[in-house]
Write a protein that binds this ligand. Sequence first.
Ligand SMILES: [Zn+2]
Length: 281
Amino acid sequence: MPELPEVEITARLIGAACAGARIESALTPGVNALKTFDPPFSALEGATVAGVRRRGKLFLVELDGDLTALIHLMSAGRLQLFETRASLRDRTSRMLIRLDGGRELRLREFGTRQRAWVKLLRTPEVEAEETLAALGPEAWPDPPPLRGLLAAPRPLYALLRDQHVIAGIGRSWVDEILHTARLSPFKRGVEVTDEEADRLRAAIGERLGGAIDHYERAIALPIPDKLPMPLTVHRRNGEPCPRCGERLEAVFYEDYVMCYCPACQTDGKVLKDRRLSRLLK
Ligand SMILES: [Zn+2]
């Protein structure tokens, strides 16, 4: 599932490569991939790409002539830039933007569900778009002071993944950040001390920034279908903790898993009770 670091590196690489490119044609072959109808997607034809930005886990492909394409990868999407054109029979394609010179910007989705989406907006209306307007402050490059943001009786694991609270963190990086901060995923936001909030803020910057630095070295266009995340705790249950060597534990949910180190994070307590899992939703 792409989170802030994956979206950031993609926006940087594609933005640098596409700036100044002219759009020849624009299609959305995915079922319900295009969530807006005015302006029509064909309005992109003839426009020039000004750049690509990230906000939270979303992309903004900015065009001259006052248009912006807002793209959400959801759980299994990928934005890729190819040197050649796709077969229209590529069943993973949700959006195809053909550029001059034969290149193609493609939104593809790997998985059974078609949930990735695109909205074509007039640039002055972008900030008011409902998904963007509801986002909390950016988790990176300058994580916000957390004490006020987290002042709720919900567990840190849920608060940090809530895009309305702080934008960019999901199920993979939250495990890493809480492990780095040595905080229990079950600790309530209101119970976090000033010192813990500072530790958490530093951990957010360190882990997200570290991931982006890693991708700067490891990732290149067209952007791979599978993007191996430099994770040390998430989905490593059963393996030794990279800090203390204790066995990493997990709580299993219907379609994902939360991993933590009992020694580093929960005073030695192993928490995998299903009733407790439900409380975290
Ligand atoms: Zn540990």
